[in-house]
Design a protein around this ligand. Structure first.
Ligand code: N7H
Length: 488
């Protein structure tokens, strides 16, 4: 499904974005039932550039992705009765780390972002709070071995099935001579993510609907549903209005975006056990309802996706699947209070909405476009019975932004890992830490607001149920950037 150059160009987006120039995953999300991340090192820079020229036509742009999505919905509409078989389809994107650009002798100083220029290994200890040994520049995170190496780049290949994706990966490997006598890159590691089976396909491994809230881009997203204010394109795309470093960008940087990748393992049976043991209790509430209520208060949404700010005590699956309503809340009804939604719940920590906006603080620059996929098998009976994980599973977390220091890094360091955010001095209780993704290296891990009737009661976080085991910061260039700089 690579893009044929002869296709008529779709109309330009009114936000002045060239949809044939921007890689597809950034704004429209490559359609996927499965996605492979192939991480590589460049072994022969000169040959890599030549090979890259042959690879560029495979890259799926936003225009190509929108066309794929349109084909998928027409295919679904045209099917009478039952679920139609999926259209064979693969989408390819590519991104480079600072170390990859360096290996290609490209000066990337005007990308400006200190997190990107230092790399995620360096950031992991001091700014993200990952476990590890040593300190400062000699910090070694407690990650899987391949991620301790310098990774130069990554191919993202998403598609309907392993067959289609693997065929596309075969094509890519052939272009770069992998397996032959003169490869221009070496594979560091390959990770396969898969949507979960059946009715859990859009849910992450703890069971919560994912991909509900992402920034709406002014001029690109037509008729944005009610919810957080749409953002200018430059919050996500470099060189556009809303990119704080717009004036510094060189032509090859424009219409690119920073990609953060995190290899996050989830301890599902342990999380479920914790939630059950600490379940909330109330008149007429079953044990399972009490556990579901606690889980919903940790996340800020029920498993159906329904936000607890709108339906605090009972799940409402219809609300959960209604895009016109499921994001239409701002935490305004309870400024400085957490009866409806705990300050430290995952979604309030990672997008505090009116908690900041009501103080006149814009959160546009902190928005990230999330594009994760699950990995690993379903929890087995044996794991459930033992209340202990024995097989690796979790989230291949990915997000795009025009600044990692204002986006992912800021959210993790200044909000998630900060017990006094949002602003404890204006709130009656100390919020505490994000129960899902705050760093295990922090002491006194706890949060308040769990019991709606006694918001000051604190819950101790006994474990870290999301364990970072790798990652890197990348830059996803435009097609022009690939052609005119990286492959030039
Ligand atoms: Fe989160 N989860 O299943 O509980 N996340 N997240 N996340 N997350 C969100 O809105 C989850 C992680 C954000 O706009 C939902 O799509 C899990 C990291 C942001 O209202 C659920 C992991 C970071 C939002 C989860 C994980 C973020 C968000 C609600 C790791 C960044 C949007 C559904 C394994 C530092 C907030 C939805 C908004 C939503 C879960 C990781 C950030 C259910 C399991 C590392 C910005």
């Amino acid at each position: 499904m690579s893009q044929a150059p002869s296709k008529p160009a779709p109309p330009q987006s009114p936000s002045n974005l060239d949809l044939n120039n921007i890689q597809g995953d950034i704004l429209s999300g490559l359609p996927k039932k499965t996605e492979t991340y192939l991480f590589f090192q460049i072994s022969d820079a000169k040959k890599f550039r030549t090979d890259l020229r042959n690879f560029i036509p495979l890259v799926k742009t936003v225009a190509g992705t929108l066309k794929d999505r349109d084909d998928i919905s027409k295919h679904k509409q045209g099917t009478v009765g039952g679920k139609p078989p999926l259209i064979p389809m693969a989408g390819v994107n590519i991104a480079f780390s600072h170390f990859g650009l360096k290996a290609l002798n490209i000066n990337d100083a005007n990308l400006v972002d200190t997190a990107f220029l230092g790399g995620q290994k360096l950031d992991a200890g001091a700014n993200l709070g990952d476990k590890g040994t040593g300190s400062g520049p000699s910090f070694v995170p407690d990650w899987e071995e391949p991620f301790k190496k310098d990774i130069h780049g990554v191919f993202l290949v998403a598609g309907d099935s392993h067959d289609t994706v693997n065929k596309k990966i075969g094509e890519i490997k052939q272009i770069f001579g992998v397996g032959g006598h003169t490869p221009s890159l070496t594979e560091v590691t390959t990770i396969v993510g898969d949507a979960r089976p059946g009715d859990q396909s859009a849910h992450e491994h703890f069971g919560y609907l994912d991909g509900v809230s992402n920034p709406q881009i002014i001029g690109f997203d037509k008729n944005p549903p009610p919810g957080p204010a749409p953002v200018r394109a430059g919050a996500i795309i470099l060189g556009k209005d809303g990119d704080a470093n717009k004036d510094k960008r060189e032509p090859w940087m424009v219409e690119g975006s920073f990609l953060v990748f995190r290899y996050l393992f989830q301890k599902v049976p342990e999380f479920d056990d914790f939630v059950f043991r600490n379940r909330l209790k109330g008149p007429g509430m079953t044990d399972q309802q009490g556990a579901d209520l606690l889980g919903a208060r940790l996340v800020g949404r029920w498993k159906s996706g329904a936000p607890i700010d709108l339906t605090p005590f009972k799940d409402d699956p219809e609300l959960g699947r209604d895009p016109q309503r499921n994001n239409n809340f701002h935490f305004t009804a309870e400024q400085n209070f957490q009866k409806l939604c705990p300050f430290a719940s995952h979604i309030r920590k990672t997008l505090p909405r009116a908690d900041l906006e009501s103080l006149g603080i814009s959160i546009e620059k902190n928005r990230i476009m999330r594009r994760g996929v699950q990995f690993g098998p379903e929890v087995t009976k044996a794991e459930r019975a033992a209340k202990k994980t024995s097989q690796g599973r979790g989230l291949l977390f990915a997000c795009y932004q025009s600044s990692i220091t204002d986006g992912f890094q800021f959210i993790q360091r200044s909000w998630v890992n900060n017990a006094t955010f949002p602003f404890a001095e204006t709130t009656p209780e100390v919020p505490g830490l994000d129960p899902l993704i705050s760093a295990s290296t922090l002491t006194d891990r706890k949060l308040s607001g769990i019991d709606p009737n006694n918001p000051s009661t604190e819950l101790k976080l006994e474990d870290q149920w999301v364990v970072p085991r790798g990652g890197e910061y990348f830059f996803t260039p435009s097609i022009k950037g690939l052609k005119e700089k990286i492959a030039a």
